[in-house]
Design a protein around this ligand. Structure first.
Ligand SMILES: Nc1ncnc2c1ncn2[C@@H]1O[C@H](COP(=O)(O)OP(=O)(O)OP(=O)(O)O)[C@@H](O)[C@H]1O
Length: 266
């Protein structure tokens, strides 16, 4: 983090592609100690928003500041190195034969293959320690392609943490996991959230059940615009969630977890 400033600051951000508005007038601030969840219907613009937050897309309008650097005035490649990210795109880009520990350590150079760079013993030790932290230390020497989906997600989480990030971005980390895999990941993310030294984070999901305990804030996106944003306990409630998704839902919360179910006829 930088001088107590925001990890992420978006002002008047808009994205237009081929004459179509994908994001519109987004103002958003993520501060130290905050853990955000971003929710919204298919096509709402969540992935586009994450691409901007991770410095992978320039907006058409507005201002983007990440970890103290303003987009347009920073070396984007170097700055990206300070953002830990897990996404299906990274998972898909990994060659199945790469060892799990190499999937983690290569993040230190922004690489996907171990032979492109040399790594110090201390970096390999850190990668092993991170795998142990996320509960899969015993799989360090296994090829990433042999891991279950849940184990792979945890390996990606370790990879994201390898860069000692100032901002952690998790794009649908629980997508496709079975109940056991999802709950193990939720426990892992809850432990991370409970650690005061963890960086601020942004997690995108489609399901309230995939929000880990410890999330502090929520942003609801609809049609490319912010529908609601603020403390999770206020935003993740019947009214805002129902109107965002266009479905009458009842939201319940217990022990830091959220559940939504439709009420009335669909
Ligand atoms: N490169 C692009 N060219 C054209 N349209 C795009 C491009 N990227 C995104 N879009 C469109 O922008 C809208 C928002 O897409 P985005 O992927 O950000 O939504 P999302 O909220 O992540 O959706 P989902 O929940 O389905 O993953 C969609 O209608 C999509 O088709």
């Amino acid at each position: 983090m930088t001088d107590g400033g925001p990890a992420l600051l978006l002002s008047g951000v808009g994205v237009r592609i081929d004459g179509r508005t994908i994001l519109h007038d987004v103002d958003w601030r993520v501060d130290a100690g905050q853990r955000w969840v971003v929710l919204g219907p298919n096509g709402a613009g969540k992935t586009t928003l994450l691409r901007i937050a991770s410095l992978r897309l320039h907006p058409t309008t507005g201002r983007v500041e990440v970890l103290g650097g303003e987009l347009g005035r920073i070396d984007v490649r170097r700055h990206r190195q300070r953002i830990g990210i897990t996404s299906a795109a990274i998972a898909a880009a990994l060659r199945a034969e790469v060892r799990t520990v190499d999937v983690v350590v290569t993040a230190a150079r922004g690489a996907l293959e171990p032979w492109w760079h040399t790594y110090e013993e201390a970096e390999l030790e850190q990668a092993h320690a991170l795998l142990a932290d996320v509960g899969i230390g015993h799989l360090a020497d296994h090829a990433i392609g042999t891991l279950s989906s849940g184990e792979r997600q945890r390996a990606l989480l370790a990879r994201a943490l390898m860069v000692d990030p100032g901002l952690l971005i998790l794009d649908e980390p629980a997508a496709g996991l079975d109940l056991g895999g999802r709950e193990a990941l939720m426990a892992q993310l809850a432990a991370l959230a409970a650690d005061p030294s963890s960086p601020p984070s942004i997690l995108v999901t489609h399901h309230l059940e995939e929000i880990p305990p410890g999330v502090t804030h929520a942003l609801l996106l609809r049609d490319g615009a912010i529908h609601a944003a603020g403390p999770a306990a206020e935003v993740l409630t019947d009214g805002p969630v129902s109107s965002c998704f266009g479905v009458d839902v009842q939201v319940s919360a217990s022990d830091g977890r959220f559940h939504a179910r439709a009420v009335g006829g669909l």
